[in-house]
Design a protein around this ligand. Structure first.
Ligand SMILES: *[C@@H]1O[C@H](CO)[C@@H](O)[C@H](O)[C@H]1NC(C)=O
Ligand SMILES: [Zn+2]
Length: 141
């Protein structure tokens, strides 16, 4: 259960287990799980177990715990180059109103985040493909 839980929030539902996820890593205050529409293999969301819409609303104790987890997850992708993206507000491309840090591997020039492109080049892998990626990342933690 997220502190300050919002019943209509997708990420709060993932934290409480009402919606399943491919869990990569979890601590008392944070959760890391695979994005189900990844830009590249290993694209992960790292979120606080506290419903805050933007970073400015998030208590520092959650933020302190997130930083090292973002690093740990980035290393667990096994890809040397990557983007960490954290959007705040609709106009700033935030689609889920619960603070989240995207970890997006950049394996080569064509895959991963391409800044300037209008839409993120999302893919839609099958559940077993996501499960395999998740298992691979967990082994690297
Ligand atoms: C880019 O990296 C991905 C993931 O490793 C790979 O599947 C793809 O073939 C690569 N593309 C190029 C052009 O090297
Ligand atoms: Zn929430």
């Amino acid at each position: 259960m997220a502190a300050n839980e919002d019943a209509s929030c997708l990420f709060c539902a993932i934290i409480s287990g009402k919606i399943p996820c491919h869990k990569v890593y979890e601590t008392e205050h944070c959760l890391a799980f695979l994005d189900i529409m990844p830009i590249s293999e290993g694209h992960t969301q790292v979120i606080p177990k506290y419903h805050a819409v933007t970073l400015g609303d998030l208590p520092d104790e959650y933020l302190r715990e997130i930083g090292p987890i973002v690093k740990k997850v980035a290393l667990a992708t096994g890809v040397e180059q990557y983007n960490i993206v954290q959007n705040n507000g609709k106009m700033a491309f935030q689609h889920v109103p619960h603070v989240h840090f995207h970890v997006i591997p950049k394996p080569n020039e064509t895959e991963g985040l391409i800044v300037g492109q209008q839409n993120w080049p999302q893919t839609k892998p099958e559940n077993d493909v996501l499960a395999a990626t998740c298992a691979k990342m967990r082994q690297r933690l």
